[in-house]
Design a protein around this ligand. Structure first.
Ligand code: SF4
Length: 644
């Protein structure tokens, strides 16, 4: 490894170094973290946005050596801020062909910081499988030929064994990533998943099986005494919140009951919003019958991770259990109420390393197409489909991961699969910008409908994560957005002010993912907000941050990601939902008769952001406010008109 040698970084929080890896030449170089980048983008999603915009233009194919793989921690990752456990992986997405990014909690991000690195940037493609090992400021490439073909769990264990240290932390791909399944993810800590956007397939293309990290160093804290007192105060606040005991007991799985109650539990490929057999797949049953223990990530007070076991029968397993998204994707949305098959299919997604939301989405599409006679045995290689067939679901997960038979088509994601088959199957492909829609139905909660559309990584509930109107957090909505928006903003079925809510929450979530803390505790339950993050940053880094600074940084990150997509040809015409949500009224349940009033909300969203109403492109005036003048030149040089 070439190194600029360890140097002293003047701020706390950041490790102060970035590892640059060229896989084609087998070269690793450590460089100081750029100070301006750190102060203006913070880390995580901020670094990813900056580097991808600068390094990956429209001429770069997702599956090409020129695509760049980024793994970045946040400035607070590894500190004592509650739930400061996160890292981001990013690349141009092979699923959506636009800005791609995914996030995971666990212990990997903090360990990378303790090993002396804020981020790793990987270019080129290796001739043979390799993995990167970083330890205390040093880095090396190691052969991974013996790990190729192994599951995420197996490869993680083998790396720990060969390094002789169980405390090594590993981010790894499974067979799905190796086989270029377009929705393969990057997994760590046995089942923590940075699953969306297919970043695992980019690692697979590069023949990068894993990154392992071990660090014995700490993090510099600028004002340790005040920092420590403040972190204790935040921890006490988190523990005292009424949501915390439930989160420990049920994880996110209690959402099945809540979503059923408000008619927002996607069922039968998003056709309906209630599932008659929801009690078979609910969180209470998982806790009662299968939970071994709740699992915490680094610095976590909420322990939403589920460690579960099926001791006997057809689906014996032990490992990370499903979360709410998995329960819907492989349960209600494919009509499946066989909980053991569901847990097992979810477990296979973790082992093979693929996104459970997209996997469930392509299976749901195939089931509905079969029901309408649009798919036949000739298409499926002899398979017959029926809603909720547990054995078929498990079989299809295997077939997708290994691209066997009909699984090869499904591994392309629902957009490409429907395009290839044609014959009207496109109508049943539930995606936004080629990304499968998660377990949220915008007809039952209008803000979610908009959030899926405006997210810069394609359909995504987490990009803005608008949950405050789910069951009416009136006090928090008044505090966070202003009383002038009440009561409409609190009403989940009213489209009014949802454009403002989604824009504000996108900015806030960008800050949350840039500093490296979990959305549980910041977004839901809504405990910590900008002032807490600003104070934590000031005490940690030694650089004064205000709420206004952070709001600007959030806007800048979201806007830069939008500009990446605008450069790829994305405009308002792409900010849309399948007609199911805008034209088919919800057939039954509490949201019966509702559709998503998308245009009204989009107009409000663009106006609030000061983007052009017709094209959805940020205006020059807006970009100037955010310090993004250089990007205007770059887009205009490529013939894109930026409205004044
Ligand atoms: S709340 Fe859940 S996802 Fe967030 S840090 Fe804790 S265990 Fe991890």
């Amino acid at each position: 490894m070439e190194s600029d040698d360890r140097f002293s970084w003047k701020y706390g929080g950041w490790a102060g170094q970035v590892l640059w890896v060229d896989l084609a030449r087998g070269k690793l170089v450590t460089k100081p973290l750029d100070e301006e980048l750190a102060l203006t983008y913070l880390g995580g999603t901020g670094f990813a946005a900056r580097w991808l915009f600068d390094m990956v233009g429209p001429e770069v194919e997702p599956f090409s050596p020129e695509n760049v793989f980024i793994l970045a921690t946040g400035v607070l990752t590894g500190t004592l801020f509650p739930q400061a456990s996160r890292h981001v992986v990013a690349a141009k997405s092979p699923l959506t062909d636009i800005y791609g990014e995914a996030h995971a909690a666990g212990h990997f991000g903090p360990e990378l910081k303790f090993a002396g690195f804020d981020a790793i940037v990987v270019t080129g493609r290796s001739e043979k499988p390799v993995y990167i090992y970083v330890e205390d400021g040093k880095a090396e490439l190691r052969d991974a030929s013996h790990l190729w073909g192994k599951t995420t769990y197996e490869a993680e264990d083998m790396i720990k064994e060969e390094l002789g240290d169980r405390q090594v932390k590993v981010a790894v791909i499974g067979q799905a990533g190796e086989n270029l399944v377009r929705f393969a993810g990057v997994f760590n800590d046995h089942g923590r998943a940075a699953a969306r956007s297919g970043i695992g397939a980019v690692m697979g293309y590069k023949r990068l099986k894993a990154i392992a990290a071990r660090g014995y160093g700490g993090l510099k804290i600028a004002k340790p005494d005040e920092y420590y007192d403040f972190m204790l105060e935040l921890g006490r606040k988190m523990l005292a919140h009424p949501f915390t005991p439930d989160r420990v007991k049920y994880g996110t799985n209690s959402l099945v009951e809540l979503m059923q109650a408000i008619g927002r539990l996607p069922t039968y490929n998003h056709r309906e919003g209630v599932f008659d057999e929801w009690e078979e797949i609910c969180g209470e049953r998982i806790t009662r019958e299968y939970l071994v223990k709740p699992k915490a990530d680094f610095a976590c007070y909420q322990r939403c991770g589920r460690f579960v076991r099926i001791p006997a029968g057809k689906y014996v397993m032990i490992g990370k259990g499903p979360e709410y998204e998995g329960l819907d994707a492989l349960g209600a949305n494919v009509g499946n109420s066989d909980l053991e098959a569901l847990i097992y299919a979810n477990h296979l997604c973790n082992l093979y390393g693929m996104d459970v939301i997209s996997a469930g989405g392509v299976i749901a599409w195939a089931m509905e197409c079969w029901e309408h006679g649009l798919l036949t045995k000739e298409d499926t290689g002899g398979l017959e489909f029926d809603w909720g067939d547990p054995e078929l679901i498990v079989q299809l997960i295997e077939m997708i991961a290994f691209r066997k038979g009909f699984g090869d088509l499904l591994a392309e994601g629902v957009y490409r699969a429907a395009q290839k088959i044609g014959r009207g199957t496109e109508k049943y492909a539930m995606h936004v910008k080629k990304m499968e829609i998660a377990a949220q139905d915008g007809r039952a909660q209008k803000s979610m409908g908009l959030a899926h559309v405006t997210s810069n990584r394609g359909a995504d509930h987490l990009y803005a994560f608008p949950v405050l109107d789910e069951v009416g957090f009136e006090k928090e909505i008044a505090e966070r957005f202003g009383e002038q928006y009440l009561p409409e903003m609190t009403d989940r079925l009213n489209p009014k002010y949802k454009g403002i809510m989604v824009a504000e929450l996108e900015d806030f979530c960008a800050v949350v993912e840039a500093v490296g803390v979990c959305k549980y505790g910041t977004v839901i339950p809504p405990v910590f907000f900008y002032p807490d993050l600003a104070r934590a940053l000031t005490l940690t880094t030694g650089k004064e941050y205000t709420e206004a600074d952070l709001r600007l940084i959030g806007r800048r990150i979201v806007t830069l990601q939008r500009l990446f997509n605008v450069r790829e040809g994305i405009t308002r015409k792409d900010d849309t939902l399948p007609e199911r949500f805008t034209k088919e009224p919800m057939p039954r349940g509490p949201a019966k008769g509702q559709v998503v009033e998308l245009d009204i909300m989009l107009d409000e969203y663009y106006s609030y952001r000061k983007w052009d109403l017709e094209t959805g492109i940020p205006k020059k005036e807006t970009l100037r406010e955010l310090g993004l003048e250089r990007e205007v030149e770059e887009l205009e040089r490529r013939g894109i008109t930026i409205p004044p």
